[in-house]
Every structure is written in structure tokens, then in C-alpha cells.
Design a protein. Structure first.
Length: 413
């Protein structure tokens, strides 16, 4: 076997980690090294990768501990039978890379996953050891995201939560039967048990107001998971329903969606081509509607066509066009919940409208100042000097609202 130097290992294991999309760094505790104590912080600007809800870019060193794996999941490029170059970091090498990259201002945190080597317990133990060394020996205060090995001893998972900001265990496929068929060594029940234990620990770590002694912090940024899109034939409405149940059942911070990408020497059980990247984008938009706009999976599904979201218009606009009887909404008197359903109005815009209308009666030009663009909003609202008339029910409204030139989503790979 060829002996690789650290740079070569980094090239292999950073590339191998790109298929895992769940690496945002939002929601964790605020920590920094101001005052001369410790190394790193969970805030500040970096040079790549992850964007937090407030718009900050936080760069993460995103790598695998190793791409060796004893599992043979059909959809995974690092499966046991895959003919790819293999590499493995030692614990100390990951610690050294993280610290050196931080000191050079390349990164603000670490996203660490791994193939399964020897056993789930051994792999999880190695991942935890990296985080433990960073925190205890080097007082690293930056962001750490660890990938959970669901089969590992629960005590290792508990230890991981004491050092990591976020934990994640990937469900992988929307359909349980597809996971059994394409990843026979994985058990969806075991994955859900691990996620359930994390939820209980996260909730137990939240101090009550009456508590004098605060419990130890446990994964303060919560947990996330990932669904691969287009590998198992699941429709968009199935995926949205699955995401909703995961949010409700396990208190997830995020469900990430990753469009299936064909891999070398792939099995005949997999599709020959990848799904449109716009499909992934529409699922993220639908996910946002559930989390921040009060939409139910059923409402999103009502605007779908044979279970698939419209690729030409966003799901909020699709719902509005399908529910025209609920419009127009008066921006001066309408409930916040209904304003959130107006195409073109985001959460910040609605909050500004609700705040400003206490002091003055809003005109159409005021709404134009409070949102990014008035074109999409006009057919669905009334204001002091504006009523859409028959525009809301116009037969050609969809055509008017559909971009003449469709945007093209860039491929990361």
C-alpha cells in the first residue's frame, strides 16, 4: 500500500467528504478566545463554505477521518467494494490540521465524518478523541460538528455531545425499504434510536429557570440529518413528509438534501442519471416554508404535480396560485400568518410591515421598500392606494410570474 503524506491524505479525504451536505454551523453557543484564553471561536468571517442564518460565512475544515469502510452501501463512493484511493488520518493529524488551518485564518471550525473501520465503537471512539483533544489539550473554542456512528455504544455518543457543537446521523434515503435494499448493513431503527437519544440529551441540557446549577452543555447546536434525493424513486411529497416527521420526532435543527450523484462502477440498482439540481433547491424552499412560514406538508403537497414540486416556480408561489380564494391580503389589517403566505414577502419583510403599520397606513410604494421586489407581491395584496382587481384571478397569472429565462443552479462537483 502506498504511504501518503499529510497533503495527499488531505486531498483524498477532503474530496471524499464533499458528498455530505450537512455542515452548516448555525445555532451553537457563542465562544471566543478574546482575553488570551484558548484558540478559535464560533463567530467571525472565514473564507468558504457554511452560511449561518444571519448571513455570516463560517469556514469549516470538512474531512473524513478515513474513507476506508467495512460497509458496502450501494450509493456510497467509499463503500467497501469501491475502487477508490484510500487514506486515513491519525487523531493527532486531524488535530494538527485543525489548529494550523485556524491559525492561518483558513477555517473557523471542523466538520469530521468517517467511514466505518473495525467497528462502530472504534470509529466513534476515534472521532470523539479528536474533539476531546482539541477541547481539553488545546482549549479550542471553534465550532465542531461530529458525525454520529449510530451503531456505537450510547456512552460514546453521550461523550461526543459534550465536546461537539452539533451531531448528525444521516437517515440517507427517504424510504426505509430503499435503505434496507441499498444499504443492507444499516438499520433505520438503530439510526432513529441514536437520534432519539441525542434529542433527550439535548433537552436535558437545557436549564430550567428555577435551576441554580446549570447542567453540562450537550451539542448546543443540536442535531441534523441528510436525505439523498433521486436515488430511491421517492417523490418530493414523500420527502417533505419524511422531513416533517423527522423535525417533529427528533427535534432536528436541519434536514439537508443532497441530489444523488452517479458514482464510478455504480450498481444497476441506482439511476443512470442524476436528478435536476433545481429539485434539490425546491426541496430546501419547501423545508423553509415548513420551518418558518407555517406551511404544513399537506399544503405543500397540494400544489405539487403527481407528488413532484414545480421546477419552474417556487413552492410558495405554486401554493398561492392554487389557493387564490385566500387572496388578496390587506397589508394594513391582514394577520401576520397570512402575510407570510404572500409570494415575495419574507419573514423580515412581514415583521417590518407589522411594525410599520402601527404608525402609518401602508401604500404600495411602502411595500416595495420593505421587500426585495414588488412584482411578485402585487397580485396578492391590497394597500391604501392599490387593489389588484382581476389580476389575482387572471388566467395567465402563472405565465406572468414565471421567469422568461430560468436560472441555472451551479453544480458543486
Amino acid at each position: 500500500m502506498t504511504v501518503l503524506n499529510l497533503r495527499s491524505k488531505l486531498a483524498v479525504l477532503a474530496d471524499a467528504a464533499k458528498y455530505d451536505a450537512s455542515c452548516a454551523s448555525s445555532g451553537t453557543s457563542k465562544r471566543d478566545s478574546i482575553g488570551g484564553k484558548g484558540v478559535g471561536s464560533t463567530e467571525g468571517m472565514g473564507i468558504c463554505h457554511a452560511y449561518t442564518p444571519d448571513g455570516r460565512c463560517v469556514s469549516l475544515l470538512k474531512i473524513l477521518l478515513t474513507n476506508f469502510c467495512i460497509y458496502d452501501c450501494v450509493y456510497c463512493i467509499n463503500r467497501a467494494s469501491s475502487n477508490v484511493q484510500r487514506a486515513r488520518f491519525s487523531v493527532d493529524e486531524v488535530v494538527e490540521l485543525t489548529l494550523n488551518f485556524y491559525k492561518r485564518n483558513y477555517i473557523e471550525g471542523l466538520f469530521l465524518s468517517s467511514g466505518i473501520i473495525r467497528s462502530g465503537d472504534y470509529t466513534m471512539e476515534q472521532l470523539v478523541l479528536v474533539a476531546k483533544k482539541l477541547r481539553e489539550e488545546h482549549d479550542f473554542r471553534g465550532y465542531i460538528h461530529l458525525k454520529l456512528i449510530p451503531e456505537a455504544d450510547p456512552r460514546l455518543v453521550e461523550e461526543a455531545g459534550l465536546y461537539a457543537d452539533r451531531l448528525s446521523a444521516n437517515i440517507e434515503l427517504p424510504r426505509d425499504e430503499a435503505l434496507k435494499r441499498l444499504a443492507p448493513q444499516k438499520d433505520v431503527g438503530v439510526i432513529k434510536q441514536a437520534m432519539g437519544r441525542v434529542r433527550l440529551k439535548v433537552e436535558a441540557a437545557r436549564p430550567a429557570k428555577k435551576d441554580k446549577a446549570k447542567p453540562p452543555k450537550f451539542a448546543p447546536a443540536g442535531q441534523s440529518t441528510q436525505l439523498i434525493i433521486g436515488a430511491d424513486g421517492a417523490s418530493d411529497t414523500e420527502i417533505v413528509d419524511r422531513s416533517a416527521s423527522l423535525y417533529a420526532g427528533y427535534g432536528l435543527r436541519r434536514v439537508y438534501y443532497s441530489a444523488f450523484s452517479p458514482i464510478p462502477d455504480s450498481s444497476s440498482a441506482l439511476p443512470l442519471s442524476k436528478p435536476p439540481l433545481m429539485r434539490e433547491h425546491r426541496l430546501y424552499q419547501a423545508d423553509w416554508l415548513m420551518r418558518f412560514y407555517g406551511f404544513s406538508p399537506a399544503e405543500i403537497g397540494d400544489a405539487a404535480n403527481d407528488g413532484m414540486l414545480d421546477l419552474n416556480i417556487d413552492p410558495k408561489l405554486a401554493w398561492a396560485l392554487n389557493s387564490r380564494a385566500q387572496f388578496p391580503v390587506d397589508v394594513n389589517t391582514g394577520a401576520r400568518e397570512m402575510l407570510l403566505r404572500v409570494p415575495g414577502l419574507g419573514v423580515k419583510s412581514v415583521n417590518r410591515i407589522v411594525q410599520v403599520r402601527r404608525w402609518r397606513t401602508l401604500r404600495l410604494e411602502d411595500i416595495g421598500r420593505l421587500c426585495r421586489g414588488i412584482h411578485k407581491v402585487r397580485p396578492f395584496i391590497t394597500a391604501l392606494d392599490w387593489t389588484p382587481g382581476g389580476l389575482t384571478d387572471a388566467a395567465d397569472l402563472r405565465a406572468r410570474m414565471t421567469p422568461v429565462v430560468q436560472p441555472v443552479q451551479l453544480n458543486l462537483f
